[in-house]
Design a protein around this ligand. Structure first.
Ligand code: FES
Length: 108
């Protein structure tokens, strides 16, 4: 499978423990800084499509403001113990020359 690497931000654009909305090739995503590690994940909650920027980061999880479901921002897994929910979409993230980059799969 072919991959492309796309720069989405400069290192330092998002402070530790913060997140902000970004556009990644037309996809509405969120960039988060988790103790110096950058994560990129979908802006819409997979439960009922609420904007996750209305929620907050709690360490390595994002908490949705609507029903409080928590998602691991690295794996996308819903980690709230009392529910089942499909996973949050995430993108692999790397740092290159001071830029935060994501890997995108090219359509085949
Ligand atoms: S809409 Fe996000 S937890 Fe329900």
């Amino acid at each position: 499978m072919d991959l492309i690497v796309v720069s989405v931000a400069q290192v330092g654009d998002v402070a530790d423990g913060e997140m902000k909305p970004i556009d990644v090739s037309g996809r509405s995503m969120i960039l988060a800084n988790v103790a110096g590690t950058y994560r990129v994940f979908a802006r819409e909650c997979p439960h009922e499509w609420v904007d996750l920027t209305e929620g907050y980061l709690d360490g390595g999880t994002v908490v949705c403001a609507q029903h409080g479901y928590e998602f691991d921002v690295e794996t996308g897994e819903c980690v709230t113990s009392y529910v089942w929910c499909s996973a949050l979409a995430t993108l692999p993230t790397t740092l290159r020359d001071g830029e935060v980059c994501v890997e995108l799969k090219l359509p085949t």
